[in-house]
Design a binder for this molecule. Structure first.
Ligand SMILES: Nc1ncnc2c1ncn2[C@@H]1O[C@H](COP(=O)(O)OP(=O)(O)OP(=O)(O)O)[C@@H](O)[C@H]1O
Ligand SMILES: [Mg+2]
Length: 269
């Protein structure tokens, strides 16, 4: 049975696509047959971050409209043979996706033996975001440690509990809170909400905390999801988060200010 995971947030630009790409790679690396779908009709970012933008021939909207089969549109990742990308369309028509069309694509993927289908949601709470979450079994709600992001995530949690297929059937979508762009230094200064603040406001424990890290942008620019960068803190934090999503118990890392030792204080570095 395929498990459908939506990566959502409400607020834009918080790290959904970054997270979708890393989550999909992490699941594939763990041996799970994984597809990651870009629901951001009109924008198309995921293929860039996954590094397959030059190989997009058909996209999600083509499949939904019957212009291509799912097999024709899926792009096989060059790093993992069990990882596939379905790119978004660059059409201006925001209504190009339909509930029935999305359901058919998800069903075809499930029939094809996929273990996980990761749905990268667009920002906002309009149709695209609704369709990305509607069929989800689980949700990774991406939050930045700031009030506006937390508030929008709270609205998304409300929608997950009311406007999804599971909700309509009296079931719950399993919710995971992923705090990203976290900076322990700024939390200590009082410029950002702490992990405990965010957990308390949203009534959920974090499944992972991804530090603010310059390697994220470098990875995106080179088409290599940051989870594959073993040297970056953000990459390692994503590895941990994926392990927790798969049920492992891992302590949080990179969540406290690194105290500089005597020598680095004296001599810098
Ligand atoms: N942990 C991080 N550290 C530093 N920069 C980050 C981190 N996570 C994401 N970013 C940066 O934040 C920006 C937005 O990320 P991303 O595109 O993943 O967000 P999004 O939620 O998908 O945006 P949209 O709502 O537009 O789809 C990008 O420039 C990305 O490089
Ligand atoms: Mg995005």
């Amino acid at each position: 049975m395929a498990e459908i995971i939506v990566v959502t947030s409400g607020k834009g630009g918080v790290g959904k696509t970054t997270t979708s790409a890393s989550l999909a790679c992490g699941l594939a690396k763990a041996g799970k047959k994984t597809a990651v779908i870009d629901f951001d009709v009109g924008l198309r970012n995921l293929d860039l971050i996954m590094g397959c933008e030059r190989r997009v021939v058909y996209d999600f909207v083509n499949v939904v409209h019957g212009e291509a089969s799912i097999k024709q549109a899926l792009i096989k990742d060059k790093r993992f043979e069990n990882l596939y990308v379905l790119a978004a369309s660059q059409t201006r028509d925001k209504d190009a996706l339909t509930t029935e069309g999305v359901e058919k694509v998800l069903k075809d993927l499930a029939d094809d033996g996929f273990d996980f289908i990761v749905c990268d949601s667009p920002a906002g709470i309009e149709k695209g975001a609704f369709l990305a979450m509607y069929f989800a079994d689980r949700a990774v709600v991406v939050v930045n440690p700031e009030v506006s992001s937390v508030r929008d995530s709270d609205r998304i949690l409300g929608l997950l509990a009311s406007k999804t297929k599971r909700a309509e059937n009296g079931e719950r979508v399993k919710e995971h809170l992923l705090l990203t762009r976290y900076s322990p230094e700024r939390v200590e200064k009082g410029d950002m909400l702490s992990i405990a603040d965010v957990e308390e406001i949203l009534g959920l424990k974090v499944i992972g905390v991804i530090p603010e890290s310059p390697e994220v942008l470098q990875s995106s620019n080179s088409g290599v999801p940051v989870i594959l960068d073993d040297a970056s803190n953000a990459g390692m934090a994503y590895v941990d988060a994926v392990a927790r999503i798969l049920g492992e118990d891992k302590p949080l890392r990179f969540v406290t200010v690194e105290k500089k030792g005597f020598f680095s204080k004296m001599f810098g570095g």
